[in-house]
Each structure stands twice: as C-alpha cells, then as structure tokens.
Design a protein around this ligand. Structure first.
Ligand code: HPA
Ligand code: ZN
Length: 338
C-alpha cells in the first residue's frame, strides 16, 4: 500500500449495491421528520434512539427499523432521506448506488406507493445532476407478508416500471424461504425486472439454492451462509454470481461474532464475486467507507483485494456494459496513480 489505507479506500471509485434507503434514516432526521409531520416518537432524545440500537439478531433490528420508518409520510420526507444518503455516498467516493425500498412498510400505514416512489425518484434525479452519482431503484417485497400482498405491490408499481430496475426480497428470513415468492418473482422477471434476494444472512444454504433455482436471481444479497455448502459455493463461483456483503451489518446483527471472523477474505480467495455494502448505515454504525475500512483492517485485505472489490461493485451492478467499462477504466487509472 503506497498510501494510507483510509485515503486509498476513499479515493477508489466504487458502487453500493445493498442499501435499504429506510435504513439510512439517522436519529436526527427521525426527530426532524417526526416534528414536521406531528408524529410522536417513543424516544425523547437522539441519544435515547442510538442507545436502543443494540441488536442480537435480524428481528430485533427489524422491529426498530419499521418503527423508525413510521415518521416518513410525505414525498419531501422520502426525497430528503434519499438526498442525505446520496450526499454521504458522494463524500465516500461512491459513483453509483442501487437502492432498495420497502413499499409495503409504507402502504400498510396508508402512505401511497406514488408518494414513496415520487420522492425517491426526484432525489435520484437531483443526485445525478448535482452530485454526479447515478442510481437505480429496487423494490423489495417483505417476506414476512404473504404472496398476495407481494402481487398487490407489484401491481401498484406498474406505472413506475420504466424507473424500477428490479425486485428484491427482504425482512425476516428464517421461516420465509424464497419458494414462498416463486410466482411473484416469475411475474416480475416477465416484466423485464432484474431479480435479487436476501439469502443466507440468517437463513440456511437451502435458501440460497432456492434463490438461484426458483427465483433465478441476478445477485444474492448477503450470502454468508452459502460458505457452509461446498457445492453451493462452487456454483456461485462458476456462475460468477455477485454477493452483496455487508460487514458492519453482519457484526451488529450477530451474523459474525467478531469482524476478524468475517468471511470476506475467504470469499475473495475462493473466487466469489463479493462486494462491500452498508445495508442500513444509520442503524449499523457506518456508511460505505466505514464498511470498507473495517473489513479491510479486520480481515487483512490486500490492495489487490480492494481493487477487486471495487471492480466487483460495478460488474455486479445493473449498469450498461459501456457504463461498467468506463468505471473499470477509472479504477485502473486510480490504481495506476496510487
Ligand atoms: N436483512 C433483511 N431485511 C432487511 C434488512 C436486512 O439486513 N435491512 C432492511 N430490511
Ligand atoms: Zn439488506
């Protein structure tokens, strides 16, 4: 490393492929939105909110995440939320993001799909114009809800399909396997949408097999537990399937006990197309570069590993071939100069 690790990571062109926009809601913003919308929060200070962010598993976190999302009511809320995220991403040297949103977390509270989508899309347009950051939108189905609800959400998305890149699957994993949503993902694929799914975060390797075989995913979100299954790992390598890995999330949700035990280095050494992502940065204690730096230090990533991770973030994206080629050239130029 010819320069400080922090500076090298900061300057490296990179994309974020696993980011729940509702998970970028900072406690300060939660107060601000609650105040302007007349919502009462069960916390009386930013410190009290932060103190509540101690999770022992995914469900602990999700309970607080859905409660927090309750302050988001207007198009301006979704716009401001997303712009704050894009500013952070640009400051981290992020050039592109593929952001998840959970429409059912809002429509189930009476907030129309159009309010959510219009707010996010206007921020995406503004971020491209003012920050030079490109982005794509991925609609996630909540897997703890039923198939009918997912189909209803896909129907609500119909007027926006030209601006939605893909569909994903998130929320409580164990007990809600990908097979539960095979038909709705088939319907989404038939509409030309890309397919991703959270699998192997807490759920077993079988859920990753299902995501591949039954949902025909383009990427796996997380995928940590795939490493428990040698044949599955081999398949992911052979197919060059991108894994959107989230180190600080894995630590905060106790998917790993300590970051030094994180499988990132092992994934790269096995030839898996891993990427680094922040998942829900406001809840897990770090944005994109915080994740890069923490996992690089804890698992002794080399300079070549970091360059591979940066390249994986673009080759695993849903950008066009030409756009990907431009980003690869920018990474090569950066690596040559640093
Ligand atoms: N896992 C599953 N569902 C989620 C997450 C996550 O990390 N964040 C927001 N919804
Ligand atoms: Zn996630």
């Amino acid at each position: 490393m010819t320069q400080d690790l922090t500076a090298f990571i900061a300057g490296l062109p990179k994309a974020e492929l696993h980011l729940h926009i509702e998970g970028s809601l900072e406690p300060e913003q939660m107060f601000e939105f609650a105040q302007r919308n007349g919502v009462t929060l069960p916390f009386d200070s930013v410190e009290a909110i932060r103190a509540a962010y101690a999770f022992s598993n995914l469900q602990d976190f999700l309970d607080i995440y859905y409660a927090g999302a309750g302050v988001l009511l207007t198009k301006a809320d979704f716009h401001d939320l997303a712009m704050a995220y894009f500013r952070r991403l640009a400051a981290d040297g992020g050039r592109h993001a593929e952001i998840f949103f959970d429409p059912q977390a809002h429509t189930d509270r009476g907030v129309p799909f159009s309010v959510v989508a219009d707010g996010l899309l206007s921020a995406m347009d503004e971020a491209e114009k003012t920050l030079g950051v490109t982005s794509k939108l991925i609609l996630c189905f909540l897997r703890h809800l039923d198939e009918d609800a997912a189909f209803e959400t896909l129907k609500q998305a119909e007027p926006y399909l030209d601006r939605i890149a893909g569909v994903g699957l998130d929320s409580s994993e164990v007990g809600h396997p990908p097979s539960k949503f095979a038909r709705v993902f088939k319907a989404a694929a038939d509409k030309g949408l890309k397919i991703v799914a959270h699998a192997g975060e807490e759920g077993p390797p079988e859920y990753v097999w299902e995501a591949l075989d039954l949902l025909a995913v383009d990427r796996i979100d997380h995928g940590n537990r795939a490493l428990e299954d040698e044949a599955l790992t081999k398949r992911l390598v052979v197919e060059g399937k991108t894994l959107t890995v989230c180190p600080l999330s894995n630590l905060k949700l106790c998917v790993v006990g300590d970051l030094t035990d994180h499988p990132m280095k092992r994934m790269l050494d096995l030839g898996l197309k891993a990427t680094v992502n922040s998942d829900d940065p406001a809840y897990f204690g770090g944005y994109l570069n915080d994740n890069w730096l923490a996992v690089a230090k804890a698992t002794n990533l080399t300079r070549d590993d970091l360059i591979t991770l940066a390249k994986n973030s673009f080759t695993g994206s849903f950008l066009s071939k030409d756009q990907i080629a431009e980003h690869m050239a920018a990474i090569d130029a950066y690596a040559a100069a640093n």
